[in-house]
Write a protein that binds this ligand. Structure first.
Ligand SMILES: NC(=O)c1ccc[n+]([C@@H]2O[C@H](COP(=O)([O-])OP(=O)(O)OC[C@H]3O[C@@H](n4cnc5c(N)ncnc54)[C@H](O)[C@@H]3O)[C@@H](O)[C@H]2O)c1
Length: 357
């Protein structure tokens, strides 16, 4: 086993996981923080380089992915993200996870769900593979399966990174269990690198700081990947997580609206349209409109590449329970919310060992 290896398991081998795995090869040769590297917040985080991450276990429920090497499964349909790196054989076979609520009717049209396969013993797989961290990338709305994977991670002594809007790191039951088991938690629901949520928060904060009263604000998101097929039908928790993230920077009540659309031909390209309506000095009207177009899964993977390394630092320091600094900076619905600037400072203090949360 290499000196500083970070052994990672992933549940859900969709578009985001594909970009997370591709990223290891794209950034394989990054050595230090001396050069500004496009796409990365921390070329090296703590002492950890991106190439220190090694995938050791993987779970899915789609026949197109189960039994394949991870390097092949990440490119199987319906994954339709961009390809930006060649991925060599990983020697990690994707195992059948428990289906639970991960395959609603609307997704079955796109996944070849392995109903007749026997699910593996996830805790055993985690232990046997030596996984230290489990990243949860299953579809939004799969509450039962998300809780199942969180419990497996805790039982196997793995850190858990919850990328989706089922509330784990903000659920008192999981907070207690993870503290007792000395297992770090980061969650819930990724706040992408530069996407709808962070832009919505930043412009809203700007208006508040400069005395502009916002009366209404909205966010429309549309893309053509499997995540959006799901969000259109089963996006309630995502809508809540997004609205909550914006409302938490408003010191007063305003109408906040969030919507999703599926446009197949866009593949993994997501467009978000943001709108604000309010009043400035003298009660005069102001409107702001903003549009952002990004590769959706890369936007998420660019966050998780850091979340993995924060988790590893916590494991090295024997810290369990929610990592409030990383969760607040990297996630839409963290257990404790801080303004983005303060959350960023807290993360740097955590890396430096000045705080242990
Ligand atoms: N920018 C982003 O893309 C972004 C941002 C924030 C949050 N997220 C969240 O991350 C999650 C993953 O997004 P994605 O675009 O990779 O989705 P995806 O639909 O491409 O991939 C989901 C994968 O999970 C698998 N799956 C379903 N049920 C499972 C189960 N019970 N066990 C194991 N695997 C199961 C599916 O077969 C599929 O391969 C979603 O919940 C999404 O909302 C994504």
């Amino acid at each position: 086993m290499a000196d500083k290896e970070i052994r990672v398991a992933v549940a859900g081998i969709g578009c985001c996981t594909s970009h997370l795995v591709q990223g290891i090869y794209k950034y394989h040769d990054v050595e230090d923080n001396s050069t500004w590297i496009p796409g990365l917040m921390h070329p090296v985080l703590g002492n950890y380089k991106i190439r220190d991450i090694k995938y050791v276990a993987a779970f899915d429920i789609d026949k197109a992915k189960i039994g394949k090497d991870l390097s092949e499964a990440i490119f199987a349909r319906p994954n339709n993200m961009a390809i930006f790196a060649e991925v060599p054989k990983q020697n990690v076979t994707v195992k059948m996870g428990p289906i639970m609520d991960g395959a609603p009717e609307h997704l079955r049209k796109f996944y070849d769900v392995a109903d007749n396969y026997e699910p593996c013993d996830v805790v055993k797989e985690l232990k046997d593979s030596g996984a230290e961290i489990l990243v949860n990338f299953i579809p939004t709305g799969s509450e039962e399966a998300a809780k199942f994977y969180a419990n497996c991670a805790i039982e196997a002594g793995c850190a858990f990174i919850n990328c989706m809007p089922e509330f784990i790191s903000s659920n008192p039951e999981f907070v207690e269990k993870s503290k007792n088991a000395k297992v770090p938690l980061i969650g819930d629901d990724i706040k992408s690198q530069v996407g709808a949520t962070i832009l919505h928060r930043v412009i809203t904060q700007l208006c508040v700081d400069r005395g502009v009263k916002i009366n209404k604000t909205s966010q429309l998101n549309f893309a053509g990947n499997a995540d959006f097929i799901n969000l259109v039908k089963r996006g309630e928790t995502k809508e809540f997580s997004k609205k909550d993230s914006v409302e938490s920077v408003l010191p007063y009540k305003a109408e906040v609206s969030v919507g999703f659309g599926f446009i197949g031909l866009q593949n993994d390209n997501k467009i978000c349209r943001l709108y604000w309506e309010g009043e400035n000095f003298g009660g005069n009207p102001i409107t702001i409109q903003l549009e952002c177009s990004i590769e959706d899964s890369a936007n998420a993977a660019g966050i998780i590449i850091d979340a993995i390394r924060y988790s590893k630092i916590a494991l090295d320091r024997n810290i369990g329970g929610p990592l409030y600094s990383a969760s607040s900076y990297l996630m839409k619905h963290p257990p404790k919310k801080y303004p983005d600037e303060e959350a960023k400072d807290n993360c740097e203090k955590f890396i430096a060992g000045e705080i242990d949360w």
